[in-house]
Design a binder for this molecule. Structure first.
Ligand code: PA5
Length: 429
């Protein structure tokens, strides 16, 4: 049985007819993805092809960082940080520090002077390492954050600074690669055929995640299991393809927004990662669903109103893990002045489940189409599985929509404009 189940509330009489054209395209896209000659599809086999030597190197460097530092500073933006941050938030305790008390901090994903100043200040009196991650090696946000932190590392560690900087970048070219080579930084290669948002399950995500104390072997095991199960061409047996079909059917029926919803706050950055994956892969040529996210029950008290009753432009995808790390029972109260004793045999997670059921019922009655994605347990194995599932679904979905899942001309366009403006502004002053 698959490690991920997918169900919908719109298995209506029109579904077969609406899905027909998408189903018909699946075999040729499937074969195209499988053949992958010269295509940026290295991520499809990356978890399976990762060698023991490669994993050992990640684990050895991660152990060295944990032994010698209080903080790992990860510098990256977009696909070069979101996956690691997502896994770390999903699987770490909410309030405790990470393994051995090490903290993993992220920088280089915004241009806030306040953020970087306070981050540098937070490193005072603490030992740290840097992991700078950039496929192109020249993205503005991460490059200038690296300039700041590289200088700070040199001030702090002098001749030993190079030992504390690890560069994860393109296997063949780029400014970061040149710097790393010239300065003698240790490097992890991002294969040429793996793009930023598809790179989490390579050294890009695995090193920061390993440092934060998460079992990367289990993460890779889950991804490998997904790679095997989702190699199936028949959409009836391939949940990634089913999801791709459902979202395209709903889009063709006029829905413009897909709202990813979960009931566990630790999944907030899984949402962010998903948003980037689908938004950057599909939003082009004036096409594509707008990917948005909500965290329930928090957002039932805000966007919930819109979902239930507002402009019917959206459908919901509920992401749910049956078992989560811990639970807490509602205590019995002798006083019962808050009238809550009727809940005292229930736990928080049980109530959360009932909320989920109630929300799905209410939103269904409100006419909102719903896709449900269910996994057994919120652990490293299932997160690895889920990420692979979403990447494969995204590639299929984008091709079904008729766009290239692997380019990002819109992002390149803004980068070009920003650079032009920066040159004009800095030469003018
Ligand atoms: O998915 C992508 O390709 C982008 O989101 C990139 O990850 C992002 O722009 C960062 O690029 P780089 O890793 O080259 O610094």
């Amino acid at each position: 049985m698959s490690h991920l189940q997918i169900t919908t509330n719109f298995d209506d009489s029109r579904l077969e007819a609406d899905a027909l054209k998408y189903r018909a395209s699946i075999p040729s896209i499937h074969r195209f993805l499988e053949e992958k000659v010269g295509e940026p599809t290295g991520w499809l086999d990356a978890p399976v092809e990762m060698t023991t030597d490669q994993i050992d190197r990640i684990l050895n460097i991660s152990n060295e960082i944990k032994r010698n530092a209080d903080v790992l500073v990860v510098i990256g933006v977009g696909g070069s940080y979101l996956g690691a941050k997502a896994i770390q938030e999903a699987l770490s305790p909410y309030f405790k520090k990470h393994e051995n008390g090490i903290e993993v901090l992220y920088v280089g994903y915004n241009l806030s002077g306040t953020y970087i100043k306070q981050l540098v200040e937070s490193l005072e009196n603490r030992e740290f390492y840097l992991n700078v991650i950039s496929k192109s090696g020249s993205t503005m946000e991460s490059s200038i954050a690296f300039r700041v932190l590289r200088q700070y590392t040199q001030e702090r560690y002098g001749l030993k600074a190079a030992q504390r900087i690890i560069a994860t970048t393109d296997s063949e070219k780029g400014v970061l690669r040149e710097i790393a080579h010239a300065q003698g930084y240790r490097q992890f290669d991002i294969p040429k055929n793996i793009g930023g948002r598809y790179s989490t399950l390579t050294s890009v995500g695995l090193l920061p995640v390993a440092v934060s104390g998460i079992d990367i072997l289990q993460l890779l095991e889950g991804a490998k299991r997904a790679a095997i199960e989702l190699k199936e061409m028949n959409a009836e047996k391939n949940t990634a393809y089913l999801y791709a079909i459902y979202r395209n059917v709903l889009h063709s029926r006029g829905y413009q927004v897909e709202l990813l919803a979960s009931f566990e706050p630790g999944l907030r950055f899984i949402h962010e990662w998903w948003k980037q994956l689908f938004g950057e892969s599909e939003g082009k040529d004036k096409k594509g669903l707008f990917p948005a996210t909500v965290n329930y029950s928090t957002d039932l008290h805000s966007l919930g109103q819109y979902v239930q009753d507002g402009n019917p432009i959206l459908f919901e995808t509920f992401l749910h893990f049956k078992d989560v790390a811990e639970d807490f029972s509602i205590p019995y109260s002798l006083l019962d002045d808050d009238r809550l004793n009727y809940l005292s045999k229930k736990s928080f997670n049980e109530i959360n489940q009932i909320y989920k059921k109630g929300t799905i019922l209410a939103h269904s009655e409100g006419g909102v189409p719903i896709i449900q994605i269910d996994l057994k347990r919120l652990d490293a194995f299932h997160i690895g599985y889920l990420m692979y599932f979403f990447m494969k679904a995204c590639a299929m979905s984008a091709y079904l929509l008729g766009v290239d899942p692997f380019d990002q001309p819109g992002v390149e366009a803004y980068k070009k404009k920003m650079t032009e403006l920066l040159v004009v502004e800095t030469t003018a002053n």
